[in-house]
Design a protein around this ligand. Structure first.
Ligand SMILES: [Fe+2]
Ligand SMILES: [Fe+2]
Length: 303
């Protein structure tokens, strides 16, 4: 059973991370859809705006309430986020609320923060609305995925990408539902590592597939990361609890590796020194997901 403080803190930290992730998934889908599917583009844009509202509200009540470890991990915003948003908005024409990012960059942690009952009610209201909204997002992604898989539409989106962001949305929904039952989100170490290793492997595959064919070195590095995480997944699937310390150490090393690769890639997209069918926000997004995974892995080691 979560205490009031835990409930508020865990909820805010989860929503700060995932509400941003959810709105960016909508940006990715919007940029990949064609004019023939303009009604889907509008639907996606609406969902993006709704998640921006959730994020904005969450940021406005998070000052002081979240952990220093969350701020230090750079999983909410990175030094590249704001620039990535500016360039991505200019290049795609999709509106991005950058005020939220600037506010998030000013968030601090206050160890003496007062976790009041009023705040608990505000948080519960946000969680309920986030649950409804992420259910809509899941339906939207399932609809697009089914059209792609049945070849009833063409989009500049890999089916695996839509499936990937669908799994991330389901993960967020499950965590919210656990928290609303006042339970800590289920976090069996083996299941979590398999989930996030698969996410990291697929990021490597997306990067490999979006690079310009002339970017041979980066292509090879991305391909190597895909193999490294594939091996880790196989190892983790066969692992017993007592093997997990060693595997987790190895996983941290691999995740720091891909995190640094993503950071360099994001910088390269910002400075236009890398050619790819991608914009900087895509790089910054997968970078934040790696940053979060590194923090989670470190917390496993501490346990
Ligand atoms: Fe994502
Ligand atoms: Fe992802």
């Amino acid at each position: 059973m979560l205490s009031k403080k835990e409930y508020i803190k865990i909820s805010l930290e989860l929503n700060l991370f995932f509400a941003r992730i959810m709105k960016e998934h909508m940006i990715f889908m919007e940029t990949g859809l064609l004019i023939i599917d303009s009604s889907l583009i509008l639907e996606g844009d609406q969902l993006k705006s709704s998640f921006e509202e959730i994020l904005k509200e969450t940021v406005s009540i998070s000052q002081g309430a979240i952990g220093q470890n969350i701020l230090d991990s750079n999983e909410l915003v990175t030094p590249f986020t704001l620039n990535s948003e500016i360039i991505t908005e200019n290049n795609t024409g999709i509106c991005i609320d950058k005020d939220i990012t600037m506010e998030e960059l000013n968030l601090v942690s206050n160890p003496d923060f007062d976790f009041s009952s009023g705040l608990e009610m505000q948080v519960s209201n946000i969680n309920q609305r986030a649950i409804n909204l992420v259910m809509e997002v899941i339906k939207f992604k399932e609809k697009v995925l089914s059209l792609l898989l049945s070849c009833k539409m063409f989009a500049n989106l890999y089916s695996l990408l839509v499936d990937h962001i669908l799994r991330e949305a389901k993960f967020y929904l499950n965590s919210l539902e656990d928290i609303e039952k006042r339970m800590k989100p289920k976090n069996g170490i083996i299941e979590q590592e398999i989930f996030w290793d698969t996410i990291m492997k697929e990021h490597a595959q997306f990067i490999r597939g979006l690079l310009d064919p002339t970017e041979i070195e980066l292509f090879n590095t991305a391909n190597d990361f895909s193999k490294i995480f594939d091996e880790l997944i196989k190892k983790t699937e066969k692992a017993k609890k007592e093997d997990m310390f060693k595997i987790t150490e190895e996983t941290i090393k691999a995740t720091i590796g891909i995190r640094d690769f993503k950071a360099t890639g994001t910088e390269g997209l910002i400075d236009c020194t890398i050619q790819a069918m991608a914009y900087p926000l895509l790089g910054d997004h997968v970078l934040r997901e790696a940053n979060r995974y590194i923090r989670i892995l470190r917390s496993f080691l501490k346990k």
